[in-house]
Structure formats: C-alpha cells, structure tokens
Design a protein around this ligand. Structure first.
Ligand code: PAF
Length: 284
C-alpha cells in the first residue's frame, strides 16, 4: 500500500498523532531520497521493531558546501515512493526547503570536536547541517526509535553525542552497511560512477578488508596501516584519496598503536564523485 505522503508539518503531526492514539510506537528513517537497498534495510528494521514507520525524504541544503553536489543530487521521487510502499512505510514526510527553513531561520546545532575531523575537515559545516536537520526532524516526528546506517559512521557518532548532550528522548538503532556483491558500499552517489570508476571503486572495501586482516594477524601500528590504505588508493586508476584514517571509534581521534574499538575510515574521489566507507573493529 502507498504511504501517506505529507509535505506539510501539520499532515505529518496529524499522522503521528493518530498512530499514537492507536497505541503504536513510531519508527523513523531520515533520508535524502535516492533510496537503495541500504535504506530499505533501515525501513525493514523499523517495520520489524515499531508499529508505525515514518520515512523522511529531504535533500538538506545546509549540509552541502558551496562547491558540493546539492544541485545534481539525485531526486527520483516516484521511485522512492514505490520503494517506501514496498517496504511497508506508513507515512512519507517530504517537506519543501522553505517548510524546514522559513525566512529568518538562524539556529544551528554544533557538536564541537567530533564535527571537525574526518568528513568534517573535508566538508566544513557539513555536520552542523546534519545535526541541525536531524534534531528538527526528531522534534517534528517525535519517534520512539530512529534508524541510521553504519556507512555514515561519523554522522552516527555525532547524532548520538547530540542526543546525549541535549537529552533527546529517541533510541538510535545503527544498521550494518549494505554492500554490492563485490563489496562496494551502497550509496545514492554510486549512480554517478562510469563503468571504469565503478570497477575501480571496489578498492575502498578491498583495502579496508586488507587492513583488517593485518590487524587480525597482529599489526598494531596505525601509521603502517594508514600507509597501506594510502598506497592502495594511489595505485588505483582514477582514484584520488581524500583521507585514510584509523581512529578511536568514540573520540574519532587518531590512535597509534591501535587498541579498543577502532574505526578505519576512507574517503576517495572518482572524478566529481566522492565515496566513503569504513570498518569498525575491536582490537584486542
Ligand atoms: O544520512 C543522510 O541521508 C542525511 O545526512 C540525513 C541523516 C538524512 C540528514 O539529512
């Protein structure tokens, strides 16, 4: 069945209110659309755990830098509605930009420190935009649970911190990265890769797996492993390394030698298309 599509805040709130009247718990999957199997896995998790599933589709302008891909970000709305219907979404919230950011809007959420490293150092202002819109969406939807993908590991860490610091009463569920058969992490931006770039893009996952295997064999030097990642990317035709990092999963600060929960994170550009991937591992 097609979900109710709400463009207005009042329609969204009425839908959630009616669901609550019926005694249902509310699950929420925030997205920017161009939905793929990764998003479907989040919707399925919400469907399984909650009685009323809300998905938002909003390409959030304030999380894009001035030279980033806001204008060309894919917006296949009808296809997205069909995927939401297939996965059993109850309500699809698809606001206009002016609905979330009316004239005079001037507040932002900053998660200092965590927002400035990795993605944040390459994309200044990105996480301020993410944290701001996620808090707004949480306030609008008021879900019991919200579902995010591990692919955006830093985003997840920042949202968890924001929720802790601002006492946001929503449970966050983090779902595993969904990959193509050859290991490429699903991303709405994969559609921009040409045939050769698509073939070479598997280097992200291959080099992460290689580094994980080295850690399992006993390697503990972050600098040695960072060099391995860097060399693998540099040797790949068409790939240009943005960053390769091994960081403490909680502080997101470099850690050398490796110990505890470690996030291995990569950002690589193929032409104008920027891909990210990561592995989270427990180093004994
Ligand atoms: O991960 C995304 O798609 C976006 O960053 C989010 C969480 C929907 C906020 O715009």
């Amino acid at each position: 069945m097609n979900p109710v599509v709400a463009h207005a805040i009042t329609t969204l709130r009425q839908g959630v209110h009616d669901a609550r009247q019926r005694g249902l718990t509310v699950g929420f999957v925030p997205t920017m659309g161009a939905l793929h199997e990764g998003h479907a896995s989040l919707i399925r998790a919400a469907r399984k755990e909650t009685g009323f599933v809300v998905v938002s589709i909003f390409v959030n302008p304030i999380q894009f830098g001035p030279h980033e891909d806001l204008a060309r970000y894919p917006r296949p709305f009808d296809k997205d509605v069909a995927l939401c219907a297939e996965e059993g979404t109850d309500l699809l919230f698809a606001p206009q930009v002016e609905t979330l950011y009316p004239q005079g809007f001037c507040t932002a959420v900053e998660v200092s420190g965590l927002q400035d490293v990795l993605e944040g150092s390459s994309r200044p202002g990105h996480f301020r935009g993410v944290a701001t819109v996620v808090l707004k969406l949480f306030n609008l939807v008021s879900p019991d649970r919200a579902y995010f993908g591990q692919k955006d590991a830093q985003q997840v860490r920042i949202i968890q911190q924001m929720m802790r610091d601002l006492d946001v009463p929503v449970q966050v569920r983090v779902c595993p990265i969904v990959r193509e058969a050859d290991g490429l992490a699903l991303s709405s931006r994969n559609v921009f890769l040409d045939e050769a770039q698509r073939k070479h893009a598997t280097v992200l996952y291959r080099s992460l797996v290689e580094v994980r295997a080295a850690i399992e064999r006993g390697e503990r030097s972050a600098s040695v492993l960072q060099r391995v990642l860097t060399e693998r990317i540099k040797a790949t035709p068409g790939a240009s390394l943005d960053y390769a990092a091994l960081v403490d999963a909680d502080s997101l600060q470099p850690i050398d030698p490796l110990r505890g929960q470690v996030l291995i994170a990569l950002a690589v550009k193929f032409g104008a298309t920027r891909l990210i991937d990561n592995l989270l591992i427990q180093v004994p």
